[in-house]
Write a protein that binds this ligand. Structure first.
Ligand SMILES: [Zn+2]
Length: 466
């Protein structure tokens, strides 16, 4: 079978009908939106589906017809951290844990603390590995508009993998400097700069002050002022964001950390009242980037799914997964799928699992039930146990578990049981299992079967004709 002219959706249909076809023709997609649910492994996807839409329901990401299974191991680890996994998607290169968008031989060297106790001292030597190009940089070089938005600090591993190159993810102050056109430490591969940047962690972009900015930069630079001088609009609140209608922008919606978890943002905790939803951030990014006639590349991260899972706090993880899925829904309502490729995936799994044989309709955050009686099914110790548990983790439950019959396991702050105690809160590890990838739009025909995470880079690059 030969096909000499294949374009757009027809190509995807033809390719799926014939396994012997080569990958799709290059340059079919004008735009790409790459959605990354940090730590959103298969169990989290299933649990979020049941939590929000029931067993027979469907997440918005699950409406994307083409799926693949992704291998996530890094250059040196069976179980990856977020840095090399996202960087593998963005560069096609396997690198060591903690390394961001650098060659495979790059050694991870952590930053040191300055006199203020902040890790502002970059220990990545120029001789330690080489930068490798990212999809965002390649798209920029082709005249496309580019954006990177997240619910974590903007300098956190996932967004940083799109626009920076560094030997250790914790070197966040240097990562910030890489985004400032013309400034010291600028990543020149970004041309005139990333068009749309959003996230948290304003402290990494502004000077240290013992009272007002104790986690600030030690080099006295105000990167936001420098960005303004380069034509960027700076937004600090959702009101500021709503007012942006054109041009380049940076939105930092948290003064010293990540954005609030979605459930806390909605409840008005902390800086939540001034923070936009990820869906609203996505809508603004698309509206700004789509003004470029050459198209755009946008990365959208639901970054705190991972944090809640590290804390064995399933409810916050599921709520953040739904917020991420709602951002996908918003994007799907705005774009033309005849010229826009949508990819949704995760960087790695976690150790959460769904256990027991509960009856249909039992709350996913509840305790396991007996199918026939719909009453709690007890463990060997005579106590009920929750449907969602973690293979390992910390938190208050170490050897003797709380009795789930006596506590509300659906409460926001409830921490699920763990198999292996690793000590303190947040110590739950990533899982080393494969993750899922959902996609639609032109150029996605090869995103099927079982793929290494580095292969996704090539498919997206080819689809955009980069
Ligand atoms: Zn991650």
């Amino acid at each position: 079978m030969t096909l000499t002219i294949r374009t757009g959706l027809f190509a995807a249909a033809a390719a799926s009908a014939c396994l012997s076809l080569p990958a799709q023709a290059a340059g079919e997609a004008k735009n790409v939106i790459f959605f990354l649910g940090d730590g959103m492994g298969p169990t989290t996807v299933t649990a979020a589906r049941i939590y929000k839409y029931g067993e027979t329901g469907k997440l918005n990401m699950e409406s994307l017809k083409r799926t693949a299974r992704i291998k996530t191991f890094s250059n040196d680890a069976q179980t990856t951290d977020s840095a090399p996994s996202m960087a593998a998607y963005m560069t096609g290169v396997k690198m060591n844990n903690e390394v961001l968008s650098m060659s495979s031989d790059t050694l991870a060297v952590a930053p040191s603390k300055d006199a203020n106790g902040n890790k502002t001292i970059n220990n990545c030597l120029p001789t330690n590995g080489k930068s490798v190009p990212t999809l965002l940089e390649l798209a920029k070089a082709r005249g496309k508009a580019v954006g990177s938005i997240t619910t974590t600090e903007l300098t956190h591993a996932t967004p940083a993998a799109t626009y920076s190159h560094i030997c250790h993810r914790d070197t966040q102050y240097a990562i910030a400097a890489q985004a400032v056109p013309g400034g010291a430490g600028f990543n020149a591969a970004l041309g005139d700069g990333v068009d749309v940047l959003m996230g948290g962690g304003r402290n990494q972009w502004t000077p240290y002050d013992a009272t007002t900015n104790p986690l600030g930069r030690s080099d006295s630079r105000n990167l936001l002022t420098e960005l303004q001088a380069k034509g960027y609009t700076v937004a600090a609140t959702k009101t500021d964001l709503a007012a942006v209608t054109s041009g380049k922008m940076i939105g930092l919606f948290s003064s010293k950390s990540h954005l609030e978890y979605e459930i806390d943002r909605v409840a008005g905790k902390g800086e939540g009242p001034t923070q936009p939803s990820l869906a609203d951030m996505t809508e603004k990014a698309i509206s700004l980037l789509s003004k470029n006639a050459n198209g755009y590349f946008l990365m959208v991260e639901g970054g705190r799914i991972d944090h809640a899972l590290h804390g064995t706090n399933a409810k916050r993880a599921l709520e953040d997964t739904i917020a991420f899925d709602d951002a996908i829904k918003r994007a799907l309502s705005m774009v033309d799928l005849s010229n826009t490729m949508i990819v949704v995936t995760a960087d790695h799994d976690h150790t959460m699992t769904i256990n027991g044989y509960s009856h249909r309709g039992n709350p996913i955050l509840g305790t396991v039930t007996d199918i026939k009686t719909k009453q709690p099914a007890n463990a060997a110790d005579g106590m009920p146990y929750t449907t969602l548990v973690f293979g390992n983790g910390g938190g208050p439950r170490k050897v003797t578990r709380d009795n789930p019959a006596l506590v509300d396991t659906t409460a926001t702050d409830y921490l699920q049981e763990v198999g292996v105690s690793l000590g303190g809160p947040g110590s739950e590890t990533h899982g080393g299992g494969d993750v899922m990838l959902f996609s639609t739009g032109p150029g996605n025909a090869a995103l099927k079967g079982t793929l290494d995470n580095t292969k996704v880079f090539g498919v997206v690059k080819s689809a955009l004709g980069l």
